[in-house]
Design a protein around this ligand. Structure first.
Ligand code: DAT
Ligand code: MG
Length: 157
């Protein structure tokens, strides 16, 4: 499969603040294709596995506690260059330095409450979406939907 996918997640603060629709619409309006979507209470072991690369950081325990503090919205988005493009839509990690017009730049003020996650590479996109034989992360077999946007000819050359 050649098409790029990214894992996007509305974090617990985004859900509690009523920003689910606002955040989803940023990606929807851009033109990317939604291939998976669910509201989910993340267990601690999954949050730890998701952020395994940050395990040694001093903020790791707080980060895991935050991610499991309430429901999240899990999404798989697909499209050409979707990983890097979604990172641009999201804005930089610290909302105070994120550009206005980005999700974090518009909607958040604290690095530990930055409302949304986006994969940082195509490999991590696949890892985080997580449908492999020996590993599942955010999605399980059967939770992604294969469909084609009927407006694809108006979005892609
Ligand atoms: P991003 O979410 O932009 O990919 P990251 O992968 O470096 O950023 O870190 C994951 C999350 O960890 C980030 O969204 C918020 C938290 N975090 C990162 N750096 C932090 C810091 N210096 N202090 C507190 N939390 C931090
Ligand atoms: Mg990251």
């Amino acid at each position: 499969e050649g098409v790029e996918r990214t894992y996007i997640m509305v974090k617990p603060d985004g859900v509690q603040r009523g920003l689910i629709g606002e955040i989803i619409s940023r990606f929807e309006r851009k033109g990317f294709a939604l291939k998976g979507l669910k509201l989910f209470q993340c267990p601690t072991d999954l949050a730890e596995e998701h952020y395994v690369e940050l395990k040694e950081k001093p903020f790791f325990p707080k980060l895991v506690k935050y991610i499991v503090s309430g429901p999240v919205v899990c999404m798989a988005w697909e499209g050409p260059g979707v990983v890097a493009s979604a990172r641009k839509l999201i804005g930089s990690t610290n909302p105070l330095t994120a550009e206005p017009g980005t999700i974090r730049g518009d909607l958040a003020i604290a690095v530990g409450r930055n409302v949304v996650h986006g994969s940082d590479s195509p490999d991590n996109g696949e890892r985080e979406i997580g449908i492999f034989i020996f590993q599942t992360l955010w999605f399980k077999e059967g939770e992604l939907v294969e469909w084609e946007q009927n407006n694809a000819p108006w979005l892609l050359e």
